[in-house]
Design a protein around this ligand. Structure first.
Ligand code: CP
Length: 303
């Protein structure tokens, strides 16, 4: 499951279901009795894995899985295809994170249960995008005509790629892509998603100069684990640091989102600013994943 596997209408349905769950969580607390979620994480995670597990537990289901390649038979050379064939007979649904781009897609081809992409390399992170969309809908009220600034590592930041893919489908959305030249968005995204669809965007490397124009500032960490050499990482890691001085230049209702984990790119002094919503964003992740699990398992709850 990738965010773009879903139409705008299907995305809207998921967001609506997540909002219903948020309003009345008790109503959904036994929906997945007897069902099992496998979390197959070949890369580290805090939010995605644990929010998937919390989501399934909140629905009355159970969870099993592994949290690193080292603790699975991948360390003995087992392929993703063989692993998912086996997991298919242990669980009803699987969330998979993998350092290789496309690995969850390959898994889905060999699986007899739904496989959710929980992040594949520097490519995509569709359930983070669902989380981001639920956050924007609840805190901004709409998706159209927003000016969104993406700041930091736009080359390797898979959450950025997925959210751009999702947001271009809403009218009047504009992007300001703020990064060092080395960490610009990949060419395929610029061409196929932005240029070919006549989306309004500009690429800059000065956050101060543009922050005052933005409705949403989506900060990202420089992805150390995807760099080929440490020297480049050290040179680029503190390219942008959002602090209270910069926040003074922003609109009163600009939202600061961040998929987390945060390293240095947002000063902790910003955390108390009501516009800083990244911890709330992480909470929304549980509700949207509950909605996704119910939808993929085709479990409906009568109103
Ligand atoms: N946002 C996110 O993917 O966080 P984790 O790496 O902790 O799952």
């Amino acid at each position: 499951m990738n965010a773009l596997d879903l139409s705008v209408e299907e995305l809207d349905d998921l967001i609506t279901l997540a909002e219903q769950i948020m309003k009345n969580p008790d109503k959904y607390s036994q929906c997945c009795n007897g069902k099992k979620l496998a979390t197959c994480f070949y890369e580290p995670s805090t939010r995605t894995r644990l929010s998937f597990e919390a989501a399934m537990l909140n629905l009355g289901g159970r969870v099993l899985g592994f949290s690193s390649a080292d603790s699975s038979s991948a360390s003995k050379g087992e392929s993703v295809a063989d692993t998912i064939r086996v997991i298919s007979s242990y669980a009803d649904i699987c969330a998979m994170r993998h350092p290789k781009e496309g690995a969850p897609l390959v898994a889905s081809m060999y699986s007899s249960i739904p496989v959710i992409n929980a992040g594949d390399g520097g490519h995509n992170h569709p359930t983070q995008t669902l989380t981001d969309l639920l956050t924007i809908k609840n805190l901004k009220g709409h998706f159209d005509h927003l000016k969104i600034g993406f700041c930091g590592d736009l080359k390797f930041g898979r959450t950025v790629h997925s959210l751009i893919d999702a947001m271009v489908r809403y009218p009047g959305v504009e992007f300001v892509l703020i990064s060092p030249p080395e960490l610009k968005i990949p060419d395929y995204l610029r061409k196929e998603t932005l240029d070919d669809n006549d989306i309004s965007y500009r690429e800059v490397n000065d956050l101060d100069a543009v922050i005052g124009d933005l409705d949403i500032l989506y900060m990202t960490r420089v992805q150390r684990e995807r760099f080929f050499n440490e020297e480049d990482y050290i040179r680029l890691k503190d390219s942008f640091i959002l602090d209270t001085e910069k926040m003074r230049l922003a609109k009163e209702d600009m939202l600061v989102l961040h998929p987390l984990p945060r390293v240095n790119e947002i000063s902790t002094e910003v955390d108390n600013d009501p516009r800083a919503v990244y911890f709330k964003q992480a909470q929304y992740g549980v509700y949207i994943r509950m909605a996704l699990i119910l939808t993929l398992l085709e479990i409906t709850v009568s109103s």
